[in-house]
Design a protein around this ligand. Structure first.
Ligand SMILES: [Zn+2]
Length: 342
């Protein structure tokens, strides 16, 4: 399987976020890259750098206002007297339709959902190349590769069209799906990360041309809290084109796989030409977020179940945090897919 990654994705080196009122080290560490590269290579991936397709495919789902903010906010923030080294918001609008201020602090509150998406000097460049990895991988799939893996880090599925959040800045899975759709392919985004893909849902919520599906820990008591319930089915033309499958904390392989079957059936009913897998590996029982109890063998079965769809597949890396098995879980997923797709 072809895999894509750019060394500039190392440049995002987040230091802090706040959890439960405590300032903590940010879990989305660049060291994840080494683990994931090793995991991809163990699965037989041949890793190449993406080409630069420019801003157009990113702006297909993100507002130019937001992209201007991401690219320029850090130097602006550095001019704030007494400002911190990372852009982290401390105030938010009550509604997204409220006034758009000129202030860097005000714009940070508008465009950043929480404290888990700090922006430092290299963040924009890293996020840009993470998105390019997804775009080049999408193009490989559109050109006839049966599958491709985009090592997207920083991840993307919590990023909305105009808002970062939860370690995410640009919605790589959404960018990949939109790139495929623009080439005439009916695209479904299947999110298996332990957290609900709220940004992805938000971007496509009113659309019927990209199907969005997410299996995740019940947001009643889990991030992202305000999205991810089963009753969120899309709106307007998009009604019926979003499927949320919240599951209890501690969900095991068998429960996850039987629920995955429901999502796979929906993808078939949509008549998808291609599936984009928002591949979070944080459903793992040993992940620091401790949402689900999926095992390494379970990831192989997830990969195998997706392969049985018989569709061209774009894997886009989402979450999955530092633990000894992170690389193994990627190897298992891609390996399980490849084994069943032959
Ligand atoms: Zn996650």
């Amino acid at each position: 399987m072809k895999a894509f990654f750019d060394d500039r994705q190392w440049k995002h080196q987040p230091r802090h976020f706040m959890a439960n009122g405590t300032v903590m080290p940010n879990p989305e560490q660049a060291e994840r890259i080494d683990r994931l590269l090793a995991g991809a290579r163990s699965a037989g991936c041949d890793v190449a750098a993406p080409i630069d397709a420019g801003t157009g495919p990113i702006a297909a789902i993100h507002s130019p206002e937001y992209l201007t903010f991401l690219e320029n906010i850090h130097p602006r923030w550095m001019r704030i007297e007494g400002g911190g080294e990372e852009v982290i918001p401390n105030i938010h609008p009550a509604n997204r339709t409220d006034s758009y201020p000129k202030s860097a602090v005000g714009q940070a509150g508008f465009h950043q959902a929480d404290t888990a998406c700090p922006i430092a000097a290299g963040t924009w460049e890293a996020a840009y190349w993470s998105a390019q990895s997804a775009i080049t991988a999408a193009d490989a799939v559109a050109a006839g590769a049966g599958a491709a893996y985009a090592l997207c880090r920083p991840p993307g599925h919590h990023a909305f069209g105009d808002m970062a959040g939860g370690f995410c800045f640009l919605n790589n899975s959404g960018i990949g799906a939109e790139r495929l759709r623009a080439q005439g392919l009916r695209s479904a985004i299947l999110d298996v990360d332990v957290h609900h893909g709220n940004g992805t849902q938000g971007i496509f919520y009113h659309r019927d041309d990209v199907l969005t599906l997410s299996l995740h820990a019940d947001p009643e008591r889990f991030y992202p809290f305000f999205w991810g319930q089963a009753h969120e089915r899309g709106a307007g033309a998009g009604l019926g084109y979003n499927l949320n499958l919240p599951l209890p904390r501690g969900t095991t392989d068998a429960e996850f796989l039987s629920t995955l079957d429901i999502a796979l059936q929906r993808i078939k009913s949509f008549g998808a030409d291609v599936v984009v897998v928002a591949l979070g590996l944080d459903a793992f029982k040993g992940d620091p977020f401790k949402g689900f109890a999926v095992t390494t063998q379970g990831f192989a079965q997830i990969g195998g179940a997706i392969a049985r769809l018989g569709l061209p597949t774009l894997f886009v890396q989402e979450g999955g945090y530092l633990c000894d098995e992170l690389g193994d879980n990627l190897t298992a997923t891609l390996g399980g897919f490849s084994e069943k797709s032959h």
